[in-house]
Design a protein. Structure first.
Length: 165
C-alpha cells in the first residue's frame, strides 16, 4: 500500500510517499511544498491543498497519514496549521482517500518505541526503517515520512491492512 505522509505547515508542508508491503518499507518520493509569505493566507492554503491532491494522484496513494496539532506555543500559527489540515482533509475527501491523524507523541512511539524521543532519534530510526543513506532533508520531509511509517506500523499492528484478522 502506498501511504502519503504529511507534516502540515503554512510556510512549509512536508510530504513523503512510502510503500508498505509484507512488513517492509520502501521510500518512493518526498519533498516540501513551500508557499510565498507575500501571498495571502487563503492562496497559500489553496496551494498546499492542491499540491497534496496532485501528489496523491500522481503516486496513486491509498491513504494519507498526517501529523496533528498537539500543542502550540503560538496560537496564531496553530490556527493557520489547523486551516491547512482542514484543506488537506477536504482535498483527500474529494479524491476518496481516508486520512489518519497522529499526534507527535504517537508518531514518536510508532517509530522509536518511545513517545518522548528526540527529533533526531525519530529521524534516524526513520532513515533506518526506510533503508536510506542519510536522514531526509529538509526536516519537514523527514517528519512527513515518519507520519507515513507511523500509519503503516499502527495499521499492521491493528490489522487495518489485513495482516491480522
Amino acid at each position: 500500500m502506498l501511504v502519503l505522509g504529511i507534516d502540515p505547515g503554512i510556510a512549509n508542508t512536508g510530504w513523503g510517499v512510502v510503500d508498505f508491503v509484507g512488513q517492509k518499507f520502501r521510500p518512493v518520493c518526498y519533498g516540501v511544498i513551500n508557499t510565498d509569505t507575500k501571498d495571502n493566507l487563503e492562496h497559500r492554503i489553496a496551494v498546499i491543498a492542491e499540491s497534496v491532491g496532485r501528489i496523491a494522484e500522481k503516486y496513486q496513494v491509498g491513504h494519507i497519514s498526517m501529523e496533528d496539532i498537539f500543542f502550540a506555543k503560538n496560537e496564531v500559527s496553530a490556527i493557520g496549521v489547523a486551516k491547512v489540515i482542514g484543506a488537506i482533509n477536504y482535498a483527500a475527501y474529494k479524491l476518496g482517500l481516508e486520512v489518519s491523524m497522529f499526534t507527535p507523541m504517537q508518531i514518536k512511539m510508532a517509530i522509536t518505541g518511545f513517545g518522548k524521543a528526540e527529533k533526531k532519534q525519530v529521524q534516524e530510526m526513520c532513515r533506518i526503517l526506510l533503508k536510506l543513506d542519510k536522514i531526509p532533508r529538509p526536516d519537514h520531509a523527514a517528519d512527513a515520512l515518519a507520519a507515513a511509517v507511523c500509519f503503516c506500523n499502527t495499521s499492521a499492528t491493528t490489522g487495518r491492512l489485513g495482516f491480522i484478522k
